[in-house]
Design a protein around this ligand. Structure first.
Ligand code: NAD
Ligand code: UGA
Length: 428
């Protein structure tokens, strides 16, 4: 069977390299020619632990890259993995998927199956069929649940595989393709499979905004959110995953998918009441974090602040919707001087912050310790292992004041307080 993966981003590259690793011949296409050229040389355009090794192992053999749709004419199975960003009004922008399907329609052989892995809302199937414009090529969906930073493990060991199909034969084909996965395989109709993806992301985001609200109340009433999270999470009916509060969640998916679900409901005639506040709460968290910091050190123009962590999550170079970027942006706007470090995301952060007010006072440093000298506080905004395991005696020596802002609530506050640090965060 010949498989093509459309798009070589976080999802497409993992899908292509993973399928090649289990023995399929995979052709991965991207319209970004520069990206394709780099991939052909085995260079990864993104940082994702373990993915580079997989690409290097198979590139030029079972894994090929191209920028030319004509190369896809013998393909049996297409996986569409292109971006679905957010439009101004919160709607999911499906135009990249439609463009990809239109190109697939122009080249696919009769009987091929086009499987959409991109996150697309229910109610979009007819739009995709008309973009494909081929009655002899079928459409299915197969939502992706991987997390950036742990993609390789998530690809080989997902909690479940979900497919949305119009014919049983298409589910059978996909079950066969994924036979190397030891997890439940669930086939359903297409709107249900699309909704599983949105319901999952929104549930996780709901937990995060919920625990952040509890942190906000704890802040006002004298509780310690870390103790509260631990005790609440010990109830197996609740569980401790995705119950870590902080300065808000980020990433390319939760913020846009939650809003897109809300808007899809409104467009279909139902205005949900529980979904939009998830985003409102999240949008306010970085500002609340800065308020806490301000209460402790009275932020002033020209003051120096050290920042460790710019990526939205550890294990990735992705800064899309990263709370760290929002916090740095606000500090710079207030005239504060920021010296920042991240083991992987500095290039993307630099691009993201270009042109922001006050960027002349932003400096990136290659070693995390370089950020500290005479800073009024250290803000740890991504929970990279190297930050959690840092030598905080050295940190204390270098800082002007022993103040640590923990944006991810991932540090050991008890130990830090014992060593004389003032730990700042929401509900801490
Ligand atoms: P991305 O932006 O990293 O990559 C998309 C790639 O597709 C880009 O390289 C782009 O050049 C390419 N592309 C766009 N149009 C094309 C076309 N017509 N033909 C060929 N290539 C084309 O996106 P991503 O983060 O991988 O996300 C892809 C989709 O998967 C989105 O719908 C997203 O919501 C969903 N998703 C993402 C993640 C994640 O962790 N990033 C997880 C689950 C689901
Ligand atoms: C998320 C989902 O976890 C994936 O299942 C899904 O496939 C993906 O979105 C997607 O659709 O793209 P991702 O955004 O890569 O994955 O990373 P997460 O680990 O979910 O983290 C998202 C954000 O939530 C991060 O900013 C993280 O720091 C934050 N978070 C996570 C918390 O603030 N607290 C927690 O307890 C957990």
């Amino acid at each position: 069977m010949k498989i093509a993966v459309i798009g070589s981003g976080y999802v497409g590259l993992m899908q292509a390299a993973g399928l090649a690793d289990v023995g399929y011949d995979v052709l991965c296409i991207d319209i970004d020619k520069g990206r394709v050229d780099r991939l052909k040389r085995g260079e990864l355009p993104i940082y994702e632990p373990g993915l580079g090794e997989l690409v290097t192992k198979h590139v030029g053999a079972r894994l090929q890259f191209t920028a030319d749709y004509a190369d896809l004419k013998d393909t049996d199975l297409f996986f569409i993995c292109v971006q679905t960003p957010q439009l101004e009004d919160g709607t999911c922008d499906t135009r990249y998927v439609e463009a990809a399907l239109s190109d697939v329609g122009g080249t696919a052989k009769p009987g091929a199956l086009a499987v959409i892995k991109s996150t697309v809302p229910p109610g979009t199937l007819e739009r995709f069929k008309s973009a494909l414009n081929r009655s002899d090529v079928r459409v299915a969906v197969n939502p992706e649940f991987l997390r950036e930073g742990t993609s390789v493990n998530d690809f080989f060991h997902p909690y479940r595989t979900v497919v949305g199909v119009e014919r049983h034969e298409d589910a059978d084909l996909l079950r066969e393709v994924y036979r190397f996965i030891d997890a439940p395989f669930l086939a359903m109709n297409i709107p249900s499979a699309q909704m599983v993806k949105y319901a999952s992301n929104t549930m996780l985001a709901l937990r995060l905004s919920y625990i952040n609200e509890i942190a906000n109340i704890a802040q006002a009433t004298g509780g310690h959110i870390k103790d509260i999270e631990q005790a609440v999470g010990m109830d197996p009916r609740i569980g401790s995953d995705f119950l870590r509060s902080g300065a808000g969640f980020g990433g390319s998916c939760f913020p846009k998918d939650v809003l897109a679900l809300h808007v899809a409901g409104v467009e279909a005639g139902y205005t949900a009441r529980l979904i939009a506040p998830i985003i409102d709460i999240n949008n306010d968290q970085p500002g609340k974090f800065i308020d806490q910091l301000h209460e402790t050190i009275h932020l002033e123009k020209g003051q120096k602040i050290a920042v460790w962590g710019l990526a939205f999550n550890k294990g990735t170079d992705d800064v899309r919707q990263s709370p760290a970027i929002k916090i740095v942006r606000e500090l710079l706007a207030r005239g504060v001087h920021v010296v920042a470090h991240d083991p992987q995301a500095m290039q993307n952060a630099h691009r993201e912050l270009e042109g922001a007010t006050g960027t002349e006072h932003l400096r990136f440093v290659a070693h995390k310790e370089e950020a500290l000298a005479s800073a009024e506080a250290l803000l740890v905004l991504t929970e990279w292992d190297e930050y959690i395991a840092a030598d905080f005696d050295v940190v204390k020596e270098k800082l002007a004041r022993p103040v640590i802002g923990d944006g991810k609530h991932s540090l050991n506050h008890w130990v830090l307080r014992k060593s004389g640090f003032n730990v700042v965060g929401i509900g801490l």
